[in-house]
Design a protein around this ligand. Sequence first.
Ligand SMILES: NC(=O)c1ccc[n+]([C@@H]2O[C@H](COP(=O)([O-])OP(=O)(O)OC[C@H]3O[C@@H](n4cnc5c(N)ncnc54)[C@H](OP(=O)(O)O)[C@@H]3O)[C@@H](O)[C@H]2O)c1
Length: 316
Amino acid sequence: MILLLGATGYIGQAFAKELQRRNENFIPLSRQQVDYTRFDLLLDFLKTKKPAFLVNCAGYTGKPNVDACELDKAGTLVGNVLLPQTIAHACAVAGVPWGHVSSGCIYAGAKVAEPGTVRVEKDFTQPELRELVAKHPEAIRGFTETDTPNFSFRDLPCSFYSGTKALGEEAMAGLGQSYIWRLRIPFDEFDNARNYLSKVQRYAKVYDNVNSISHRADFVKACLDTWKLRVPFGIYNVTNPGFVTTRHVVEQIEKFLKPAKKFEFWQSNAEFYQVAAKTPRSNCVMDASKLLAAGVEIRGVEEALEDSLKNWQPEK
Ligand SMILES: NC(=O)c1ccc[n+]([C@@H]2O[C@H](COP(=O)([O-])OP(=O)(O)OC[C@H]3O[C@@H](n4cnc5c(N)ncnc54)[C@H](OP(=O)(O)O)[C@@H]3O)[C@@H](O)[C@H]2O)c1
């Protein structure tokens, strides 16, 4: 049996759907039924039910966006640092292996490979870097699991949300047997306020940047496959291999969905942060090659993006 924490959430619902599709025996647990954020209650539940594996997709995401975390720092710490630490301790004591949904938002930018050197650039809104991305996408490399987060409390600036996600990973380190699955900007074919493709369509103006992104169903399949295939425990970047610019996503939306609206872009970082955002945003490229090398299949980002738009299901 698999125990699923946070099954009511946007990512948790996708895990529940995939576990059902696989005919897996699982228990979706909500804090309303058992307050799994309490060590004693969770340990008791684990000892009684003896799950073979636990999936944690519970956490604190600011709504409608990460700016909300700046207004509830205690809640953000509780959900993203104390909770994974509590689960890690309870699972270690009960001998239950588990997987934790983390985030790629603990990085900023990407690596630029040039003959003989690889350097990190944090801000891809700079004109020369935009040009490099357009003309030489092969020079852009993602952050790997061995790269230290560069958008965290240890490497400022960061958003409070990102800081807690990085700290959450640290809080689990060295405790029991676990996977850390890093999700990045979920999207799919189902129009929803949480879907990146819906957000891009609804923004008054679009912020053009460079990102790796995760198709929601591809993400949960890949996470569950790490356990199914018994790949070594550890951290995995679970993004569709490759990256996109927001401008390209807009072009694909225009091509496949033919919206009436004309998309506008923020002219500069200064304008974006003055009008639309409060706390710094993470935009980053992730390297998914560790996941692929472990034998877990996940399609490339272009295929996943096109497929989502071809099968787009507007919200009723
Ligand atoms: N959505 C994204 O854009 C995104 C991107 C990268 C990473 N992530 C990570 O993926 C995980 C799931 O995100 P999501 O988008 O599915 O979030 P969500 O829709 O807000 O759902 C999270 C669930 O966590 C549970 N929970 C437990 N403790 C909580 C707390 N202190 N505050 C709020 N909720 C709490 C709640 O379920 P019950 O109360 O029913 O138990 C809630 O339904 C999070 O760790 C998030 O950081 C999300």
